[in-house]
Design a protein around this ligand. Structure first.
Ligand SMILES: [Zn+2]
Length: 354
């Protein structure tokens, strides 16, 4: 009996067919349309990455004091790429949009970074450093890294190609927090985390953050706060070197660990709430140092709550609720204002170690 019912059930559904006659369909046009849509997605990633990386690079320099000494490096503040560097699924499209070939090109740079102050522009191709040629193709980025001394402040002679004109620049490296950052291709989830070496932001989150002037800076500074306070103690051996090579155009090869999401709760640990509060606290000092108006920051957790309403009631999870974060942020901003008024140094207050 059961079999008969099941059989007739299947029969009814398998017999159902669409009744309309559709206009003729071309798979060739579909392939072309696929290329158009992928190009649009690549450009949407690029239009997010560029302003985000300018903001982030500037913060890494202005927050140098707030990172521990072993987490500071000297750098020029340029984000580089060539035809080998974009995510594979959008590589052709990115190469097209940025005109990337075998030479190493400045994709973006901090406006307050050494290279920015020296007059280097996005789109410039780096030909030589201190009279030595930068290799092309796959060896281009390692050959650049080799010529920059991360340990000492130094003056570099750069030979730049700009619109078929060769220009010489002198750039003196400055100190920044060593951590780099990535915008991944995830346009579905609202996520950001720090893994002790790198800060990773989902495309969707980065896009939303950029809708507000301080939004992107707040979350960038929060993730920097996790790394600067060494919240992730156990790093992958050589993770730094691996990251460095993978970071062309903000691409990170390697497994992220100890996720510390802003929105949801993955990677719960007994101390996460304290860590979140500490990263929030430090982020306001980072923002102040980077020249942001903290009064514009206050409504951030309210806007976040509207976007991720679960976070309004997240007590007991890995993150403080947005309500708690709002109230704590106001208190931190007041603390910073008091320090400025009393001419006290703008450093976070730490508990006395006995
Ligand atoms: Zn966090």
């Amino acid at each position: 009996m059961r079999v008969v019912i099941l059989f007739s059930f299947l029969l009814i559904f398998s017999c159902a067919q669409p009744q309309t006659k559709l206009p003729e369909y071309s798979t060739v046009l579909t392939d072309k349309e696929r290329d158009i849509q992928n190009q649009m997605f690549a450009d949407s990633w690029l239009n997010t990455y560029i302003p985000f990386s300018v903001m982030g690079t500037d913060i890494l320099f202005s927050a140098a004091d707030l990172c521990e000494e072993d987490d500071r490096i000297y750098s020029l503040g340029v984000n580089l790429g060539n035809e080998n560097s974009a995510y594979e699924s959008i590589r052709e499209e990115i190469n097209q949009s940025l005109g990337l070939g075998p030479k190493l090109k400045v994709v973006s740079l901090g406006s307050l970074s050494p290279a920015g102050k020296a007059g280097i522009l996005a789109g410039d191709e780096i030909l030589e450093i201190d009279g030595e040629k930068i290799k092309q193709g796959k060896d281009a980025f390692p050959s650049y890294i080799e010529k920059i001394d991360r340990k000492y402040r130094k003056l570099y002679d750069l030979k730049i190609l700009r619109n078929s004109e060769i220009i010489d620049f002198q750039v003196r490296s400055e100190q920044r927090c060593r951590f780099d950052f990535v915008i991944d291709l995830d346009n579905n989830t609202f996520n950001a985390f720090a893994n002790g070496d790198i800060m990773v932001f989902s495309l969707r989150m980065a896009k939303w953050l950029l809708m507000n002037e301080t939004g992107a800076a707040i979350v960038f500074a929060h993730e920097l706060g996790h790394n600067a306070n060494k919240h992730v103690a156990d790093k992958i051996e050589n993770a730094q070197a691996g990251a460095l090579l993978g970071l062309l155009l903000g691409i990170y090869v390697g497994l992220p660990q100890d996720m510390m999401e802003v929105g949801q709760s993955i990677g719960a640990s007994a101390y996460s709430i304290d860590y979140e509060n500490e990263a929030d606290y430090l982020s306001m000092y980072i923002l102040q140092k980077a020249g942001y108006n903290l009064d514009d920051a206050v409504d951030f957790w309210r806007r976040f709550a509207v976007e991720v309403p679960n976070s309004i009631y997240s007590e007991g999870g890995t993150h403080p609720s947005t309500a708690e974060r709002y109230v704590r942020m106001e208190a931190t901003i007041q603390e910073i204002k008091n320090k400025i008024e009393n001419n006290e140094p703008l450093i976070p207050s730490y508990e006395k170690a006995n």
